[in-house]
Ligand binder design. Sequence first.
Ligand code: 5RP
Length: 223
Amino acid sequence: MSLYTTQDEKKKAAAEAALKHLPRGGILGVGTGSTVNFLIDLLPQLQLEAAVASSTATAERLQKLGIEVIDMNHVGGLDAYVDGADEIDRHMHMIKGGGAALTREKIVASIAKKFVCIVDDSKWVGQLGREFPLPVEVIPMARSAVARKLVALGGDPVYREGVVTDNGNVILDVFNLNILDALEIEKTINNIPGVVTNGIFALNKADIAIVATDNGIEERIAE
Ligand code: 5RP
């Protein structure tokens, strides 16, 4: 028996449990996606000074709730960044970018002292990339060239048709990559000319994962 009847209930529970890990009254970095949307709805409780958003969708949702969204160029650093993930493992390495916001997510996360990841347990995996393809944001003119390099790395890239990122770029979703060393693969793919960034978050991993399981909330840190 599960405490929750739907995946959305788990996402909401993870969002609620994250609140105590986030600063009150400061400036918060806010991720993108359906799990974070549950958190955004709770943010008025934290009486934030402002937020830095990882996407236009998140910015709009924050503003609708009266939360000021500021340009990251006007912020020296953040106490915390909160976001979901498509996959996360016991090292706190993640795959992100299912919502095509990976580049801005990685940028905002990079200036935060703490990355709080909120997920339901369907996102918890033994090895990244076996189920969920790795999103790679690519400058449009380099799409085919980057795809060939990804094939040479052993992956099967698929162009995400009809999707343009907030930065005006395209997404390749890479299936069948053997992500045994997430740090190395993150660096290798980011070094391909034309790649803006890839969805492995290992260089900048989560500090804590709030995982909603059938038995309730578990707080996990890197093993
Ligand atoms: C968006 C992301 C999201 O964090 C990821 O896709 C998880 O989304 P959701 O909470 O909707 O499952 O990386 O680019």
